[in-house]
Design a protein around this ligand. Structure first.
Ligand code: SF4
Length: 452
């Protein structure tokens, strides 16, 4: 009988990639990815704590596994990642969800096989009435967390896209963010390791490499060999083969001219940047401890567009930070109109326990909701206007997947990051096509392959 595993992933791309590592570990133990409709023997929740909603969704789904455990007491349930890394949360999970077998933090996920082994051994011992219940590992950052685990295998699941971590953790302590507390300080991988991994991905046929980190622009700051992000991009650009490179996330305070120059000079690094602004108000940016102001942000946009006129720029915007007044919010609306982002990930601020902003006086939820409504409306209009401008043009698109809602269609992205749906079949996935855009709908474009 095969043994199946299922991984439920919440949150950012870092977590999606970490789930690929969890899958690699589980397959190394002989488990197989659970087919649709089958019953899993190991269920992993790879959690996120950056927003209240992600946390509540994960807890709701963990709660549902109680019935599963009742039906099959042999199933192993593991909760891993950011959520249990917070102070007191791991204990709370163990108390509120006693049927959870394993709780692991962010930097000890590689011990999952060992923990599964302990659970199985403990169950066996219990059957023989000789052991106490196993209570799971300590989720605090382990003593050796300053060492990067290079040994954990990755089971890539996003062909033709491959995710490559270049830096872990964050030193920035934005006043609303829990990440530095749960992911620890910045820790860069050596350039050789990153280049080796990128080369392996290219040799294996991956066509788009996304470099990952909480703040990729800090890459190398903790290494003593003069390495930095611009130098890394320069070396990656030298790797032979037809492939694209993207990266996320960039912090506006650390984005350098040298990085912009590398982007502009390279035909592999996409003209596409996700550059979170969070707020257009200098006062709110100061209270958020973002360490840039709107003038600096606007000068970066100018620097990028001078070098790459067609660059696609996306952002994150937080509405309802505790000190945000109507006037501050209007500054955000103003910067949205000035920059004209291709797209913006907008969200309502929710207090994260243990962060400085959580202790400030909060804005009523109705005010935040009304503001985000105005923001979304403005951004949707801009996104649609920018999408319309693509119509009639021909763009190179990497076919990435079958289009979920359209039969006989596939989808992929332009270099600038625009999603395009066009006619094709699964055998096209992983290939580049010139696509003429015939229609646009909000952020999505539609088109046809150009005959060569
Ligand atoms: S840069 Fe700020 S928002 Fe981003 S992970 Fe670090 S602390 Fe959080």
């Amino acid at each position: 009988m095969p043994l199946y595993y299922k991984i439920n992933t919440y949150g950012c791309q870092m977590n999606v990639h970490e789930s690929e590592k969890l899958a690699g570990l589980l397959e190394g133990m002989g488990y197989i990815c659970c087919p649709e409709g089958e019953h899993a023997d190991v269920i992993v929740f790879n959690t996120c704590c950056i927003r209240d909603t992600a946390e509540r969704r994960a807890l709701g789904n963990i709660g549902v596994t109680k019935a599963e455990k009742k039906r099959d007491p042999n199933v192993i349930i593991a909760v891993v990642g950011c959520m249990p890394q917070q102070d007191g949360v791991s204990q709370a999970i163990r108390e509120k969800y006693p049927y959870v077998d394993i709780v692991l933090g962010t930097r000890n996920i590689s011990s999952l096989p060992e923990e599964i082994g302990k659970v199985l051994a403990s169950r066996e011992a219990k059957r023989k009435k000789s052991d106490k219940r196993y209570r799971g590992a300590d989720t605090r950052l382990p003593e050796n967390y300053l060492e990067i685990d290079e040994a954990t295998p990755t089971l890539r699941t996003s062909f033709p896209n491959a995710w490559v971590n270049i830096i872990y953790g964050c030193n920035n302590f934005c006043s609303y963010c829990i990440v530095p507390y749960v992911r620890g300080r910045e820790l860069s991988r050596s350039m050789d390791k990153v280049l080796d991994e990128v080369k392996r991905c290219v040799d294996d046929g991956y066509k788009e490499i996304t470099l990952l980190g909480q703040n990729v622009n800090s890459y190398g700051n903790d290494l003593s060999d003069g390495t930095n992000f611009a130098k890394l991009l320069h070396e990656i650009d030298k790797i032979e083969g037809k492939f694209r490179v993207r990266f996320m996330t960039s912090h506006p305070k650390d984005l350098t001219e040298a990085v912009m120059d590398e982007m502009a000079a390279s035909d592999k690094i996409c003209s596409n940047l996700h550059l979170p602004i969070q707020s257009g108000s200098d006062k709110v940016l100061r209270d958020m401890n973002r360490r840039y102001d709107r003038a600096r942000y606007l000068s970066l946009i100018e620097g990028l567009r001078c070098r790459m006129p067609d660059i696609g720029i996306t952002t994150d915007i937080m509405v309802g930070f505790p000190t945000e007044t109507e006037e501050d919010f209007l500054d955000t609306m103003d910067i949205v109109e000035r920059v004209r982002f291709s797209n913006a990930f907008t969200f309502i601020y929710s207090p994260r326990k243990g962060t400085p902003a959580a202790k400030m006086e909060q804005i009523p939820y109705a005010v935040k909701q009304e503001r985000i409504g105005r923001l979304i409306k403005a951004q949707n209009r801009i996104t649609k206007e920018l999408s319309d401008a693509y119509t009639g043009g021909v763009y190179e698109v990497l076919a990435e997947d079958v289009a979920p809602k359209y039969e006989g269609m596939i989808c992929g992205r332009t270099e600038s990051g625009r999603l395009v749906t066009f006619g094709g079949d699964p055998s096209d996935i992983g290939k580049f096509f010139d696509v003429r855009i015939t229609a646009s709908r909000s952020a999505s474009l539609f088109g046809n392959k150009e005959e060569k």
